[in-house]
Design a binder for this molecule. Structure first.
Ligand SMILES: [Zn+2]
Length: 144
């Protein structure tokens, strides 16, 4: 049974058995855990980091963004946890999932290498043969 709402519980460590319909949040571990809200029983752990998920607590409800896509589970469920409500999202095609994973990996690689995006060349560096070719072209233009 997919659920439409959830409550949250701040915990130090996660219990051995997660209860249905509860989003456990451990600030200590920087992670949230819940049983997949589709009802399949899979345990879903979402890690908080600048490149993974982030959490918003407004004093009453906890929201998590971005959406949670359980692609590694049979259910393939995809939802957004916002203000205590489960917003069901589209299932993604295999291609979309692969693309998402690839982009995610790339973003993480960049993040953990600590390189600001600006330092990444947007164009391949000139090949060694280029300057020679350009010089020849320039000479040809000059009619020599
Ligand atoms: Zn599920």
């Amino acid at each position: 049974m997919s659920r439409a709402a959830y409550s949250h519980k701040f915990v130090k460590a996660f219990p051995d058995k997660l209860d249905d319909g509860i989003l456990y949040v451990s600030v200590e571990f920087g992670t949230a855990a819940h049983r997949c809200f589709c009802g399949c029983g899979s345990e879903v752990y979402t890690r908080f980091s600048p490149r993974d998920w982030s959490m918003k607590f407004n004093g009453e409800t906890v929201s998590i963004s971005p959406s949670i896509g359980n692609w590694s589970f049979a259910c393939q469920s995809h939802y957004i946890l916002d203000g205590g409500r489960v917003h069901w999202a589209d299932r993604w095609s295999r291609e979309r999932i692969e693309l998402g994973r690839l982009l995610d990996r790339e973003r993480k690689d960049l993040h953990y290498k600590g390189e600001p995006p600006a330092s990444i060349p947007t164009q391949p560096k000139a090949e060694p043969a280029r300057p020679g070719l350009l010089a020849r072209f320039a000479r040809w233009l000059a009619g020599k």
